[in-house]
Structures are given as C-alpha cells and as structure tokens.
Design a protein around this ligand. Structure first.
Ligand code: IPE
Ligand code: IPE
Ligand code: MG
Length: 254
C-alpha cells in the first residue's frame, strides 16, 4: 500500500456475484451467499486494519425481495446468524454497527438483533460498518422528500431553506460522509439503485472477481487504484500536474 496516497474515508461496496460463483462450481446459489459471508468478515477486518472510517455494504436490495422465496429465506437466515456471530468481533474491534434501508420490511427477529447490535456498539469509534438492507436509493430519496414536506407543513422549515446539506440530512445516511470509493464486485457496470445521491463525486472501481472471491488483497488493490486517481470535483487540476502535462505534450510534439 502506497504510504503517500490519501486513504478513502468511506468505502461503499456492491457485493455482487454470489450466484454466479456458485453456478460455476455446480453448487446451489445459496452456497455462494454462504461463502460471501466469509468475504464480508475478511473485508470488514481489513478495512478496520487499514484505518478506513466508514464501510457501507450493499447486502440486500428492496428489489431482491422479488427473488424466489427459498433464496430470500436463506438470505434472511444467513443475516440472522451473521448478526449473532459478528457482535463479538464488532465489540472487540471498536466497530459501530449501523443499517440503512427500510428495516421495517425485515422479519421481527432480525429487527431485534439489528437493534441489539446497534445499541451495543453505539459508542464505538474506529469504524462505522453500515449494512444496506431492504435498501433502494430511490425509496430513500422519496422518504427524504416526504420527511422534508412534513416539516414544511408543520412550519418547522421553509421550502427555500431546503439546501443540499439539509437534503443529505434527511437521507438514511445522515451524518455519514459521502463515499470516496465505490467498489462493485463481479464485473457488472451498473449502480443497481445504490446511494444515487451520495455517489455524485465518488470514484468507481469494478472488480472482475465474484464477491465470494473478493478478499483483503482485492480491497487493497482498490484502495491503491483510488490513490492514483486525481479527484477534481469539477475544478481544474492542481498547478504542478498542469506543468507536467505541458512538458509531456511538448515532448510528444518534438
Ligand atoms: C449478490 O450476489 C448477493 C445479493 C444480491 C443478495 P447475487 O445473488 O446477486 O449473485 P449473482 O449476481 O446472481 O451472481
Ligand atoms: C445489487 O446486486 C444488490 C446487492 C448486491 C445486494 P443485484 O444482483 O441485486 O443487482 P443487479 O440485478 O445485478 O442489478
Ligand atoms: Mg447479482
């Protein structure tokens, strides 16, 4: 890992490709999900070791409810087991647990475990681990609009005071900085309804690996690639690199 480059403060990951990983091995899709949990474990640990402050994992989308019942039930039981098995790890490593999404859609037993993990880790400081569950970015935006409209109706807020900052605060991710780096596993070049507002200026990185094969070394590769990027946020590049580019161009012309 290059020591000079800046670390991303917030990494978001679309954990995709569990089904294909399994299919290529002649296994049922659910085996891919089971193996995917091991990747989550390793990536959370690695992010903590690297000093990443926020890690947001897309675990289950609102659209994923439309999968066969058997697969949805399996994912719910995996999630339930994960919430139990990882609590100790979160406690020992100063990791704060958080969720975004329509958590009310989840079975009551899982909701209870989520509440427990959130409350037992609420004072942890090293890393905020956010799981996106029953998440849809469009629903998140619509929910934010509703919340702001209600506040306007109640006279707590004037329409002209709805700024980008105020809008961000109405999203599920309120208080979490926008991701610096978004990683998608399995080679797909799409965002699949994840953090649409928040990724306006996020650096994108697509790994060809299926999620069950995505491990610590792959996270480090992504961070190293991030460190090579020049983030301009719509501005011009810094002065020195402008000079460098000029001399390169004149060299090429000679
Ligand atoms: C990602 O893997 C896990 C979830 C969406 C829950 P997939 O299950 O989408 O695997 P592929 O994309 O079909 O291979
Ligand atoms: C995105 O993956 C959702 C999660 C990783 C939880 P999907 O497999 O559901 O998305 P599409 O169908 O490839 O867009
Ligand atoms: Mg998929």
């Amino acid at each position: 890992m290059g020591r000079s480059g800046k670390l991303p403060q917030h990494i978001a990951i679309i954990m995709d490709g569990n089904g294909r990983w399994a299919r290529e091995r002649g296994l049922p899709r659910v085996e891919g999900h089971r193996r995917g949990i091991e990747s989550i474990r390793e990536v959370v640990r690695a992010a903590r070791e690297l000093g990443i402050r926020y890690l947001t994992l897309y675990a289950f989308s609102k659209e994923n409810w439309g999968r066969p019942k058997r697969e949805v039930n399996f994912l719910m039981s995996l999630l339930s087991a994960y919430l139990d098995s990882e609590l100790k790890e979160l406690e020992e490593n100063d990791i704060r647990f958080n969720v975004i999404g329509r958590v009310g859609d989840l079975p009551p037993g899982i909701r209870k475990k989520i509440e427990r993990n959130i409350s037992q880790t609420r004072n942890h400081k090293a890393l905020v681990l956010t799981l996106a569950l029953s998440y849809s970015s469009r629903v998140e935006i619509v929910d934010a609009v509703r919340q702001l409209c209600r506040r306007v109706q109640l006279g707590e807020l004037r329409a002209e005071d709805i700024t980008e900052g105020e809008f961000s605060k109405a999203l599920y991710t309120s208080g979490i900085p926008d991701p610096d780096l978004l990683i998608r596993a399995s080679g797909e070049l799409r965002v699949s309804n994840f953090l649409l507002w928040q990724i306006s200026y996020t650096e994108l990185y697509v790994s060809e690996k299926y999620w069950p094969d995505f491990r610590k070394a792959d996270l480090i590769d992504a961070v190293e690639e991030f460190q090579k990027r020049e983030r301009r946020f719509g501005k011009t590049e810094p002065e020195e690199s402008g000079v460098k580019r000029l001399s390169l161009t004149s060299g090429a012309l000679r």
